[in-house]
Design a protein around this ligand. Structure first.
Ligand SMILES: [Zn+2]
Length: 191
């Protein structure tokens, strides 16, 4: 590995994507230079010319930067992917648009605009829908209280959770649970 390659890895420089790949003998994965994962220790890094070469040594492609994907992605798409990942990682916590923007070093306005254009839904709504999906599966699969579920999925207030749930899903969380857990008592087929 030369100094230039190492610098590209440290800087996550997308200009080097496709020119080389690097693998980590410690984790067994390989990445594109632009991968935003933590900067590795230089002595653990191995350089490869292609994904095939990296895989031949037993390394697996990184799930984060997907080194085998050659398709060009615009900076906006990169950003939206970063937002999506952030939302999935932090959905159970409080996560505001401003916090997302700060973490990704862009303005909230720009983030909202790119995200909404590409995903056809605002970041906040995406987050809400993701939380409600989690709520639905917890209501079906667990006996945790509505309050506990509300907190677990990132709502700080169970009354607010219930009202959002009612508005988006069309019934209260407890009615949803009742219907999914005991469908026949209500004459509704399990779906
Ligand atoms: Zn990676």
């Amino acid at each position: 590995m030369n100094e230039e390659m190492w610098q590209a890895i440290v800087d996550c420089d997308a200009a080097y994507d496709g020119l080389f790949y690097y693998g980590l003998i410690t984790t067994g994965i390989f990445c594109k230079p632009s991968c935003k994962s933590k900067t590795p220790k230089q002595e653990n890094v191995r350089i490869f010319a292609s994904p095939a070469e990296a895989k031949a040594t037993g390394l697996r492609p990184c799930k984060r930067c997907r080194p085998e994907e050659i398709a060009f992605r615009s900076p906006e798409e990169e950003l939206v992917e970063g937002v999506t990942q952030l939302i999935h990682e932090h959905a159970h916590e409080s996560l505001t648009l401003t916090e997302m923007a700060e973490k990704l070093f862009v303005s909230p306005f720009y983030l909202q605009k790119c995200f909404t254009r590409i995903k056809k839904v605002s970041p906040n709504r995406y987050l809400t829908l993701l939380r409600l999906e989690k709520a639905k599966s917890m209501l079906r699969q667990t006996d945790e209280s509505i309050t506990a579920i509300a907190f677990r999925i990132g709502f700080r207030n169970s009354a607010y959770f219930s009202s959002v749930f009612q508005k988006e899903i069309g019934c209260s969380p407890s009615a949803y649970r009742q219907m999914k857990k005991h469908p026949h008592e209500h004459g509704v087929e399990h779906v």
